[in-house]
Design a protein around this ligand. Sequence first.
Ligand SMILES: Cc1cc2nc3c(=O)[nH]c(=O)nc-3n(C[C@H](O)[C@H](O)[C@H](O)COP(=O)(O)O)c2cc1C
Length: 324
Amino acid sequence: MSAVAFHIGPVPVHGRAILAPMDGFSDLPFRLICRELGSAMSYTEFVNVDELAATRKRDAKCWRKLVFDLSERPMTFQIYGHDVDRMIAVAAKLQDQDPAPDIVDINMGCYVRNIAERGAGSGMLRFPDRIARLFAGLSSQLHLPVTGKMRLGWDPSSRVHVEVARILEDNGARLIAVHGRTKSQGYGGQADWDAIAEVRQAVKVPVIGNGDVKTVADIARLRAHTGCDAVMIGRAAIGNPWIFAGKDREQVTFDEKVALMRRHLQLNLDFYGQRFGLVLFRKHAARYIHGLPDVERLRVPLLTARTVAAFDEAVGAWAFAAQA
Ligand SMILES: Cc1cc2nc3c(=O)[nH]c(=O)nc-3n(C[C@H](O)[C@H](O)[C@H](O)COP(=O)(O)O)c2cc1C
């Protein structure tokens, strides 16, 4: 294992490139793949505390999102909500799960309207007092480290990243992840890496920089630009988890792609069952094969393969035709 890069409270992290939490993508199968290739820690997709509070059924979708493999440690459960007391109560229960996570993270970045407008996700950035109360409560009631992932603010005229970063640190957050956009930007425009540097300078706890890392070289560029302790990669890891192994998309061989897709499909079938495992694999497969020659011929048979054997057949027929 590589040397310790930084600590989140007492939890050591052995690397500086980390798969970002992504709803619908950073599930157990994809996280395992990214971890094997070098992502240094795991975040679940964000999970709604209201749903967690409403059911204890472990096969409910919200609870399934919290299933992880012990090889993933350090493991972070990311939650969101708008009711501070409920968030604290749910987080306190999560730390007593078996197996327990290593870290609990609060989502302060989601820009989806019905979440943000209700004061959850990036909507929290409009209420710094609420953030202070939440983190004060979490850090007094949890023995696990608590962290936050935020955007820069609600819109360009109300950027609060430095203020909120200080509030987080003052109220016990042990790490801050910053996506360099405001809520109103969605994923448009460019992430503001200068703002990430401002957060890095404003606090002592570790800072993860995030936004627009597209290549292996970008990882080093973002770190050099901001001084951040680690870099979080979201969209660029979909279809190219090898970014964590230091390889850009065009450096990955066809055989490596096929071997990884087979494994990803099998992990999906194991975790979600035949039907959903396949359906949920399709969006990844479409991204893995992006840019391959004569990809149209491969797309339909690949995206409809019901088993790994059928997947192999589709790839074999395509490779045969490509060589002919
Ligand atoms: C499909 C999708 C789902 C996302 N879901 C989450 C989430 O559940 N929690 C979260 O904190 N951020 C979420 N994000 C934001 C990412 O973690 C990240 O901040 C953003 O994509 C910017 O990083 P990138 O430029 O590397 O993609 C999501 C992003 C995408 C594209």
